[in-house]
Ligand binder design. Structure first.
Ligand code: SF4
Length: 239
């Protein structure tokens, strides 16, 4: 049984309605929300998502054109010269560990999936360096399979919305899956992450200009004065 805590006295039905209203308002606010990593196929997205750990999407996008030009297939990555790959991806940080993950992931693809990226969560998470978050990004954006991406922004926002008090990403994913219709999971993930990047910052969220003010129990965590709050909004694109 999953544990949900909502604003005092809020029924389960009211929580579901509030969650869906929040998602609808975010859809109106960010009609162009999308995956901010550049990619052309599932393999490129898988590699870019591994690189995005502890790094902004914007920075990942500066190294992937060179990387994707040099390595085109899982076989290319699996047989890569590690020093060369490390040099290309160095700006994304943790480049040795990321090289290990990418090469190991590609070897897994070649050994077990004929060099193709599988379109199922249970297969993707068996690959080195691929956790649920990475797998859901790939499923949602390269395969059109609904997926919930619980990153640091997503975790902060669901807590501020009082959708759940869970802190474990897998449990958060399960709670949100019961609040939001499956067809909306991928886009809802983008919208929450966009709102977290642009307005609902970890420090000083822009509450005074937030379109969710009436629905958010954490309204007032940041400045409520509209002029002060407006200065905190970051337009993107980013991270
Ligand atoms: S009201 Fe404030 S805390 Fe709530 S979602 Fe908006 S910016 Fe975040």
């Amino acid at each position: 049984m999953l544990h949900n805590v909502s604003p005092a006295g809020e029924s389960r039905l009211a929580l579901v309605r509030r969650a869906r209203r929040i998602d609808r308002i975010l859809a109106e606010t960010y009609p162009d929300a999308h995956c901010e990593l550049d990619f052309r196929n599932p393999l490129e997205l898988l590699v870019a998502t591994i690189l995005s750990a502890q790094c902004t999407d914007k920075r990942v996008n500066t190294v992937t054109p060179t990387l994707f030009a040099k390595y085109r297939t899982a076989e290319d990555y699996a047989s890569a010269d590690r020093a060369e790959m490390e040099e290309i991806i160095r700006p994304t940080g943790f480049f040795r560990a990321k090289t290990n993950s990418i090469v190991g992931m590609a070897q897994g693809l070649c050994d077990r999936y004929g060099g193709e990226v599988p379109g199922r969560l249970k297969d993707l998470v068996t690959l080195p360096g691929v956790g649920r978050k990475t797998a859901n990004v790939v499923l949602g954006n390269a395969f059109g399979v609904p997926g919930i991406t619980v990153d640091t922004h997503f975790q902060r926002l669901v807590s501020r919305f009082h959708w759940t008090t869970e802190t474990d990403p897998v449990k958060i994913e399960q709670v949100v899956a019961e609040l939001i219709p499956k067809r909306d999971w991928t886009m809802m993930s983008h919208r929450l992450i966009w709102h977290g990047r642009r307005m609902c910052h970890a420090r000083k969220p822009a509450c005074g200009v937030c379109p969710l003010a009436a629905l958010c129990p954490s309204y007032g965590t940041g400045p409520v004065n509209p002029a002060e709050a407006a200065k905190l909004v970051r337009p993107g694109p980013f991270s």
